[in-house]
Design a binder for this molecule. Sequence first.
Ligand code: 5AD
Ligand code: FES
Length: 347
Amino acid sequence: MNDIIEKLVSQNPLTHSEFVSLLDANSEALRDKLADDANTLREKVFGTDIYIRGLIEFTNYCKNDCYYCGIRAGNSNAVRYRLTVDDILLCCEKGYDLGFRTFVLQGGEDPYFNDEKMVDIVARIRDRFPDCAITLSLGERSRESYEKLFSAGADRYLLREETSDEQHYKKLHPDNMSFNNRMECLKNLKDIGYQTGCGFMVGSPYQTHEDLASDLYFIQEFRPHMVGIGPYITHADTPFANKNNGTLEDTLLLISILRLINPELLLPATTSLGTIHPLGRELGIKAGANVVMPNLSPVGVRKQYMLYDNKICTGDEAAECINCMDKRMEAIGYKVVTSRGDSPFID
Ligand code: 5AD
Ligand code: FES
């Protein structure tokens, strides 16, 4: 085990089976050791700075039916909404005044937001907030669509692969969704020039350490700029309603490993991590994360963007969220900074 840790810490690539061994060995001692090493590396690149991203969940309509997701098309209990372009700009304005310099537009795969509409939204944000980064998280689209949005002014794109193992992918998604297309989308995004984020759920149903090792191996090769991970959390109105949640311990170990794979990675302590433990986000930062994503969505729709049960921060105004985050980060010795927080490396 020590030679594997040594390899990882000195930034030598690991084999798939070495990643599996590392995950099999998860213990408090291993987590502490890797968190220590991850922090040393992270502080060299980012100091104690924590980047903030303002998350705007602008539609919960989705044409897909992922078995794990609360806003899947098949969930007839979900109350659907779409924000207008004016609603979105208002969220950005509020966010800007609160110090946000990155806006993340996230939604289900909603055909209503075709290229024409999305390009208009991106162009208007770009025009009004020239000093801000625009991140999109809209799922799978064509290469041409990604290109148009990039030309309109989008800088970054988040598309989690969810799992890097095709057989596991098939257990999480219906037959009309394609693992290969998702991977193709990620390659296109990076190729076009987006700062690209991928990621996966920790402890999703049927996931094995081999599957997680495939994710780590994929990330080591693909070299994304960002990686979003968080525990899988069950949603009562999905086919996976009776499955177990992912664990805090697995997520924290994975955050440290990801930081060690790439010290310059943008790595959020996610809302789902804050949902499974009251101090989940703080623990995520201490394990090596360096980004938090407070919610800027209008309070009136927050509870409708329920990907999983008991999601936190659904009742607070944006100002409360950011104050809360400032305090939480300060309490553990970190500082929320107002900057675009771009990736320090461009491949
Ligand atoms: N638990 C945790 N994360 C989830 N996501 C979707 N459903 C769940 C769930 N039940 C994650 C997916 C998606 C991101 C926006 O939210 O990884 O890419
Ligand atoms: Fe919308 Fe999976 S349910 S993309």
